[in-house]
Design a binder for this molecule. Structure first.
Ligand code: AAL
Length: 422
């Protein structure tokens, strides 16, 4: 009995001694990075790599990836003269034994000329006077353009000025395209539009427009009062989770954030989440089911751009990884987008766009394929390289502007020469 008490006292003393060890006593952080969070006092940065990321090492983090780009075949851009543009692709779907993709297609007599100079045939922006077209492919690299899916409806229907930026949902045997419907040239007040939809029994159409607003603009003074952009539906928790972007607080720079609206029926009513916005950064919407939650590619704009984020509940997103050279308007192939999965497998490729191919005078965009490893089912070490090594010309192309050079020269002239001090 006495021995047991002695042993208990001894172990408690040892335990408390060990726990009361100051960082100095614990010695320096070990050479080999423990995969599991070590039980020691650590800096907030060290705490973060264990608490916020799936692994302290990017290469072991399934939600970390680099992105690789492939030119696709099958699209003509009229010698890039700005009269033909293809952009803002939808998620790719696999149906009838082939891939389908829908996108904004503009074919106008001139490149975009801005809201002041536009008219019934001259576009204000790259997505003005546009239609929604589609293409099919056997391999996701060589595409066959099939033509128009959703034309501009006659005035005064929603989208008479332009229909753009589509995304697709498959629900109970039917296909639904959600897209921006413009009733004025983009840029008149701003890039203002609600979201509307069309449906079809087949991915080849015919598509029947519902000619009503599906995701309405917010009330006056609300973050999404003017623009509902980039509608992006997924099936999650038995409902339609439609994410969208809005541009707001425009001066001096537009703020872009993303919100969520949910519904039990593809044609609504959609209920906007009271916590909106749910993603503080990014631009076009790009999300996919991952494990029991939803992951998002967040690029271009905002304090958390160039991150991959994850929400266990599809609403509260946290940074899960930081990456670079992320695809713009990334529209992944999400095999389990519509099956209400409880264990999202992730993504390995998709379509995206490059904008402003060769300058403002011939402004147009083109479609491109991206590949990555954000999947539970593959492990591609090349996609898990920590960084991209850019050639010097990539940096030099980010050269100083005339105004910046003038500022620097002015500063140089004001320098205090320390050799004058003794
Ligand atoms: C894109 C998308 C929407 C905007 C415009 C065309 O990047 O966010 O579609 O309206 O730009």
């Amino acid at each position: 009995m006495k021995i047991n008490i002695l042993l208990i006292v001894l172990s408690i003393t040892l335990f408390s001694c060990n726990n009361n060890k100051s960082p100095q006593d614990e010695g320096a952080f070990p050479f080999h990075v423990p995969e599991k969070k070590p039980n020691r006092e650590m800096s907030s940065a060290m705490e973060r790599i264990y608490d916020n990321y799936a692994s302290p090492r990017p290469e072991n983090n399934e939600l970390f990836s680099q992105f690789k780009y492939t030119k696709v075949k099958g699209f003509d851009y009229n010698n890039n003269d700005g009269t033909i543009s293809r952009r803002d692709p939808s998620k790719t779907i696999f149906a009838n034994g082939k891939y389908y993709m829908y996108y904004t297609h503009r074919h106008t007599p001139t490149p975009p000329m801005g809201a002041k100079a536009c008219n019934d045939t001259i576009p204000s922006s790259d997505w003005d006077l546009a239609e929604i077209w589609y293409a099919t492919s056997k391999d996701g690299i060589t595409w066959e353009e099939q033509g128009v899916a959703v034309p501009r409806p006659p005035k005064p229907n929603i989208g008479w000025r332009s229909v753009s930026t589509p995304d697709i949902l498959f629900w109970k045997g039917k296909y639904y395209l959600y897209y921006q419907g413009f009733m004025q040239a983009s840029g008149t007040r701003g890039d203002d539009c609600p979201v509307t939809a069309s449906w079809s029994e087949s991915p080849d159409g015919p598509w029947t427009p519902v000619n009503k607003v599906i995701i309405p603009n917010g009330n006056e003074g609300e973050w999404d009062q003017y623009s509902i952009h980039d509608p992006y539906p997924l099936v999650y928790k038995g409902k339609i989770y439609l994410y969208y972007k809005s541009d707001f607080d425009e001066k001096p720079h537009k703020v872009r954030m993303q919100g969520l609206a949910t519904a039990n029926d593809p044609l609504g009513p959609f209920e906007k989440n009271p916590l909106n916005p749910v993603i503080t950064s990014g631009h076009e919407t790009s999300l996919f089911p991952f494990k029991s939650g939803i992951a998002a590619l967040v690029y271009k704009d905002g304090p958390e751009h160039n991150t991959i984020q994850y929400a266990e509940d599809g609403i509260n997103f946290e940074i899960a990884a930081i990456s670079e050279l992320m695809p713009y308007a990334a529209a992944p192939f999400v095999p389990d987008a519509f099956v209400d999965t409880k264990d999202g497998r992730g993504i390995t490729w998709g379509m995206a766009h490059f904008i402003n191919i060769n300058g403002w005078d011939t402004f147009h965009s083109m479609l491109v394929r991206f590949d990555c490893d954000l999947s539970q089912d593959i492990n591609d070490p090349e996609m898990k390289q920590h960084r991209v090594i850019h050639k010097p010309d990539v940096y030099y192309r980010q050269g100083l502007s005339k105004k910046q050079k003038a500022r620097i020269n002015k500063e140089n002239r004001k320098l205090i020469d320390i050799s004058n001090f003794n």
